[in-house]
Design a protein around this ligand. Structure first.
Ligand SMILES: *Cc1c(COP(=O)(O)O)cnc(C)c1O
Length: 413
C-alpha cells in the first residue's frame, strides 16, 4: 500500500484507491496525465457552474493578479470587492443590503451564525439556540458541523459540537408543527439548505415548504438563514432556490459558484437589521470576524467576471435547456432495474440504487464511482445515492456518455 505525502480530503488512503492526476481543465472536461479525459459530471464537487476555465474569468484573474494581489480588508477596500458588491446588489434582493466576505462555504456559515448571535446579543436578548434541518450539511468547521447532521463523519468531534434544535426533513408531515413549537421557545435562528439537502443525499422538497418555514420564523422573530452555498448560481433552475419560493431570508450564504467555481471566495449577505445591530459608535460592538485573505482581490475579480457572465450571457436559458435534458434522463433512469426515488430539481438529478447496506459507507457508491471513472466519467455517489450535477456547458452527447456509464455501472450490483 502506498502512503502519500499529500493527505487528501474525504479520502481513505488506507484503501489504496487510485488518485487521478489532473493536468488540464476545460469546459466539462478534466484531462489526466495519462492523456485520458474525464467528464466532470459533478462540477468538481458542485463548484463549477458555466464550465472549467471560462475564458473571461481566467482573463480577469490574470489581470487582477498583476494589478492588486492581496490587500488588508479591515478598514480598506478595492476595486474588485466593490465590483462584486455592485454586481450582487444588482442581482439579489434589495433586502439583503450588506455583504460580508469570507473564503469558503463553511466560513460563510460560521459568519452567518455569528451574525445571528451578535444580533440577539446587541438587543440584549439571550437567544442562542439554532434550529437546523434533519440530515443537513453546512460545512466541516466546528460551528458548521454543529448545525449539520451528526454521523460517522463527525463522530470523533461530537463532544465539541454545540447543541441545536432539529426540525424534521421539510417534506415530512410533522416538520412545520415541530418548527412552530421550536420557534416558540425563543430560538435565535433557523438555518436551512433551501429546496435540496445536498450532502445529506440530494433530498428535495417543495418551494411551498420553504415558504412556510420562512413564514413561521418571521411570525416568531426567529432569523431565517438560507445556506445557498450549493443551491445558488442557477443550480436549481433559478439564481437561488429561495427565489423559487418567493423567500427573502435575513441572512444568505453564497460560495461555490460565486467565482464560477474558479477560486475560493464566499459572501454572507445580511439584512439592514442584522447590520444595524452591529452599527454603533462603539468598537466593542463591531463584527469580530476576519480571515487573512478576506475579499482577496484576485478571487473578487473572478467573482466580478462571473457576475458579468450572469448579466451578459443567457445563463438561465442554458440552465433551462440542461434541466430538460436532465429530466429526460431521470425519466429513463427511473426504469432501470434497482433504481428508486429518481428525482430532479433544475440541473440536479439524483436517484438511489438498491443496496443491502445503505448509508454513507455503502461499498456500492465507491464501486459505481470506480466503474464510471473507467468509462471516462467522474461521479461521486453519496452512499447509495447517485447524482449528476454537471457544469452548464455540458453537451447532450456528454450526458449520454455519463448516463450510459452509470447504467452499466449499476447493472453489476
Ligand atoms: C459545500 C457546502 C458547504 C461548505 O462549503 P465549503 O466551501 O466546502 O466549506 C456549506 N453548505 C452547503 C449547503 C454546501 O453544499
Amino acid at each position: 500500500m502506498t502512503r502519500t505525502r499529500i493527505w487528501h480530503p474525504f479520502t481513505q488512503h488506507g484503501l489504496g484507491e487510485p488518485i487521478p492526476n489532473i493536468v488540464r481543465t476545460e469546459g466539462a472536461y478534466l484531462w489526466m496525465d495519462t492523456g485520458e479525459r474525464l467528464i466532470d459530471a459533478i462540477s468538481s464537487w458542485w463548484v463549477t457552474t458555466h464550465g472549467h476555465a471560462h475564458p473571461s474569468i481566467a482573463a480577469a484573474i490574470a489581470e487582477a493578479a498583476a494589478m492588486t494581489d492581496q490587500i488588508i480588508f479591515a478598514g480598506h477596500t478595492h476595486l474588485q470587492a466593490e465590483a462584486v458588491a455592485d454586481g450582487l446588489a444588482a442581482l439579489f434582493p434589495a433586502e439583503l443590503a450588506h455583504i460580508f466576505f469570507s473564503d469558503s462555504g463553511s466560513t460563510a456559515v460560521e459568519v452567518a451564525l455569528k451574525m445571528a448571535l451578535g444580533f440577539w446579543a446587541a438587543r440584549g436578548e439571550g437567544r442562542h439556540r439554532i434550529l437546523v434541518l434533519e440530515g443537513s450539511y453546512h460545512g466541516d468547521t466546528i460551528g458548521a458541523m454543529s448545525v449539520g447532521a451528526r454521523g460517522v463523519f463527525n463522530a470523533p468531534y461530537a463532544p465539541l459540537l454545540f447543541d441545536v434544535g432539529t426540525i424534521p426533513f421539510p417534506g415530512d408531515d410533522d416538520a412545520l408543527d415541530t418548527l412552530e413549537a421550536a420557534c416558540r421557545e425563543h430560538a435565535a435562528a433557523l438555518i436551512v439548505e433551501p429546496l435540496v439537502l445536498g450532502a445529506g443525499g440530494m433530498r428535495m422538497y417543495a418551494p411551498e415548504r420553504l415558504a412556510a418555514m420562512a413564514a413561521i420564523c418571521a411570525r416568531h422573530g426567529v432569523l431565517f438563514i438560507a445556506d445557498e452555498v450549493m443551491t445558488g448560481w442557477g443550480r436549481t433552475g433559478a439564481l437561488t432556490a429561495c427565489e423559487q419560493a418567493g423567500v427573502v431570508p435575513d441572512i444568505m450564504c453564497l460560495s461555490k459558484g460565486l467565482t464560477g467555481g474558479s477560486l475560493p471566495l464566499a459572501v454572507t449577505l445580511a439584512s439592514a437589521a442584522i447590520y444595524d445591530a452591529h452599527y454603533a459608535p462603539d468598537r466593542s460592538r463591531m463584527f469580530f470576524h476576519s480571515s487573512s485573505y478576506t475579499a482577496n482581490p484576485i478571487a473578487c475579480a473572478a467573482a466580478a467576471a462571473n457576475l458579468a457572465i450572469w448579466r451578459e450571457e443567457p445563463v438561465l436559458e442554458r440552465v433551462a435547456a440542461l434541466s430538460v435534458i436532465q429530466a429526460d434522463w431521470v425519466e429513463r433512469a427511473a426504469r432501470w432495474p434497482g433504481v428508486i426515488g429518481a428525482r430532479r430539481l433544475g440541473t440536479i438529478a439524483a436517484f438511489e440504487v438498491e443496496d443491502m447496506r445503505p448509508g454513507y459507507l455503502s461499498a456500492l457508491g465507491p464501486a459505481i464511482k470506480a466503474r464510471c471513472a473507467a468509462a471516462g466519467v467522474l461521479i461521486r455517489p453519496l452512499g447509495n445515492t447517485v447524482y449528476v450535477m454537471p457544469p452548464y456547458c455540458v453537451s447532450s452527447d456528454d450526458l449520454a456518455q455519463v448516463y450510459g456509464a452509470i447504467e452499466n455501472a449499476i447493472r453489476v450490483r
